[in-house]
Write a protein that binds this ligand. Sequence first.
Ligand SMILES: O=P(O)(O)OC[C@H]1O[C@H](O)[C@H](O)[C@@H](O)[C@@H]1O
Length: 348
Amino acid sequence: MVMMKTDTSFLVWLVQLDWRKGKVNPFMSSIRAKLKPRPMPLNVFQDIDGLPRIILTEPTGSSAEVLLYGGQVVSWKNERKEELLFMSSKANWKQSKAIRGGISVCFPQFENIIAQEQQGSVRNRLWSLDRDPSPLPPSDNQSSVDLILKSAGFDLRTRAYSFEFRLRISLSAGKLILIPRVRNTDNKAVSFTLSISNYLSVSDISEVRVEGLETLDYFDNLMNRSRFTEQADAITFDDQMDRVYLHTPKKIAIIDHEKKRTFVLQKNAMPDAVVWNPGCKKAKALPDLGDDDYKFMICVDSAAIETPIVLKPFEEWKGYQELSTVSSSYCSGQLDPSKVLYGFHSPP
Ligand SMILES: O=P(O)(O)OC[C@H]1O[C@H](O)[C@H](O)[C@@H](O)[C@@H]1O
């Protein structure tokens, strides 16, 4: 038996041998296949509600959990095992409705066109693992997962067209990245709106400021979608809020004074941002939200709402969202929000 120093040099030798023979030897091919570095298996398990759940981990100790149901991220913990996403205390974990909390995709429409399937139906469907995420490189199975939802067998009713929705979810130290892609697999042009709905966990909504949206125009969903211009220096919350901010900068900071933590949301190809907190009254009216849960959550979503995305047949749209956290001491005046939003240089 020939012993080689490394698997790689042995493989090179096998390839050269096959090449010299001008044909593929099945015996050699099977040895080669066995020696090929195998990707680590995905960490998938069934939770108590029978929902397949994928656990992502990375070397500093942070983790994320993703459900095939809805392609939804239901947990993101930092290296100190603190949960960063909000999950409703009354979330419905059965496969019938969207799960209130975590990060979900609202597609192919943001508005509530069909009463039973508010904000798009992809969050109420069982996604699959995407074995071929190309042209993205294959993902590292420990810290990344690729999901796909194809419209085949999918009753869109008001929007009967075919598409493939791919979603890569990647975890790294202090960061959670989502790359949504939509391919039009129909033979006609299609249009859609979407949002990546981020339920962030906060200490107390009255202690939260959202920065980066000042001076922008927004639609107020609580005022029949009337258009206003933001006058405040930062968004603060003392009641229900439901707004779509238009043409936002690529970075938005969500500053939690009490926790001394700032979430930084960075996004691409999704020009709008939804800011939602149900406040006390609406929280009581939502059957899958605890009465006091509104205090501990804020939704800041990456979205494309004002101008629908139009795809020609077989064209693909690709978005990007990155969530990260930085510790902050805003209440003691140490955090300069412009540094969080624009780095250490002043905005141009
Ligand atoms: O109850 P859902 O369909 O999950 O929607 C929850 C909320 O999502 C968004 O933020 C919308 O702007 C709100 O109008 C809506 O109430």
